[in-house]
Design a protein around this ligand. Structure first.
Ligand code: PMP
Length: 396
């Protein structure tokens, strides 16, 4: 056996021992509220298709129309991969977000990773919520900037760190946060973040991956919902969740965007998005703006689902959004609960440490505007039964 084969096998064995070995399971119809897995129909609480747009006929039609221009973009943006439709899309994103300019990226992961590693340099300070997404963490790591990781939503801790950075004479400071956190479904304290950034002369970047499409009068995101969009220096968001497509944007003033065009390596050294995707994103921007009634339905269903779980004495953590954790605590009990729900036709995947803090293993329910009341009632009944029969004690 080669040294690599031996090493990889032993690393995999370690993951298995720790109960962390993952494998791929084919799923069909994941764009719908009921999907198919292992030949079974399961109510789907695990997709990010919050508004139910991922199977919208206008998006399929947009893909067909876009593909007429060619299957691929053939080159990176700065070579010949930039066309009028992409230019128009970026103007539409900037208008939607109320900024001077915007850039599209192939994914939210590359947007965060690329933007943070381009903006920040050694000697700069970055302040990052402990539960920010992995793509933010990785971008910071690549940048070489000094990381101040503040306790989740803890504004006093952040302020202490800002003061420390100031004392050290660090001039450029950037605060970065998810707006809706994907594990607890809770929301960043944007008012406080803005007053701190103003007081300490820092900049603020927000990741609207889970807030975009869902919050704001036209689905612009949490910053618009709170009336604070103009105070954010850099907005990032994905087209892969509520927008139902793939890709991401970064929006801000012209200087920041021009700087990224010139320095952001995952923007410069990758092939541009294909015309079919550009067309789908343009259509999804319009569909999201017009999706007021889907947003209302989603928030109403999420509030009801949360309240029903709470009424059963279950712990839904600090969730205020369409992402609703059912915090169990013990890893094995969480996995058992997930299996028991699956046997009863409900798919909510277990999320375990180190993705979440030790002792807070949970099932995560992501709601969709297209879940029916019947889907939700069936799920709540199944949860009640599974908790009772599995004898799960819920961590508080
Ligand atoms: N930011 C956050 C907060 C996310 O949850 C995700 C996706 N899980 C991303 C960025 C990455 O987005 P994408 O899936 O489009 O790469």
């Amino acid at each position: 056996m080669s040294v690599w084969e031996e090493t990889l096998r032993s690393r995999l064995a370690r993951l298995e021992q720790e109960g962390r070995l993952r494998s791929l399971v084919p799923v069909a119809r994941a764009v719908y509220p009921v999907l198919e897995r292992d030949g079974r129909s399961l109510i789907n609480f695990s997709s990010n298709n919050y508004l139910g747009l991922a199977n919208h006929p206008e998006l399929m039609e947009a893909a067909r129309k876009g593909a007429q221009r060619g299957a691929g973009a053939t080159a990176s943006r700065l070579i010949v991969g930039h066309d009028e439709e992409t230019e128009r899309l970026e103007q539409e994103i900037a208008a939607f977000k109320g900024t001077e300019a915007a850039l599209v990226f192939g994914s939210g992961y590359t947007a965060n990773m690329g933007v943070l590693s381009a903006l920040l340099q050694r000697g700069d300070a970055v302040f990052s919520d402990k539960w920010n997404h992995a793509s933010i963490v990785d971008g910071i790591r690549l940048s070489g900037a000094t990381l101040f990781r503040y306790r989740h939503l803890d504004m006093d801790h952040l302020e202490a760190q800002l003061r420390l950075a100031e004392k050290k004479g660090i001039r450029r400071k950037l605060i970065v946060t998810d707006t809706v956190f994907s594990m607890d479904g809770d929301v960043a304290r944007l008012h406080d973040l803005i007053s701190l950034k103003e007081r300490y002369d820092a900049a603020l970047m927000v990741d609207e991956a889970h807030g975009g499409g869902v919050f704001g009068p036209y689905g612009e995101g949490v910053a618009h919902h709170m009336g604070l969009a103009g105070k954010v220096d850099l907005h990032m968001g994905t087209f892969s969740k509520a927008f139902g497509v793939v890709g991401a944007y970064v929006a801000g003033n012209r200087t920041w965007i021009s700087y990224l065009v010139n320095t952001c390596r995952p923007f410069i050294y990758t092939t541009a998005l294909p015309p079919a995707v550009i067309e789908m994103i343009r259509t999804s921007l319009r569909l999201v703006r017009e999706a007021g009634s889907r947003r209302i339905a989603l928030h109403r269903k999420a509030a009801r689902f949360r309240n029903r779980l709470k009424a059963l004495g279950l712990n839904v953590g600090p969730s205020e959004t369409q992402i609703i954790p059912l915090i169990v605590g013990d890893v094995h009990a969480t996995v058992k609960l997930s299996q028991s729900l699956m046997e009863n036709g409900v798919l909510a995947v277990p999320i375990r440490p180190p993705t979440v803090p030790e002792g807070t293993a949970r099932l995560r329910f992501s709601l969709m505007a297209t879940h029916t009341e019947e889907h939700l009632e069936t799920a709540i009944d199944a949860i009640e039964r599974a908790v009772r029969t599995e004898g799960v004690t819920i961590h508080d």
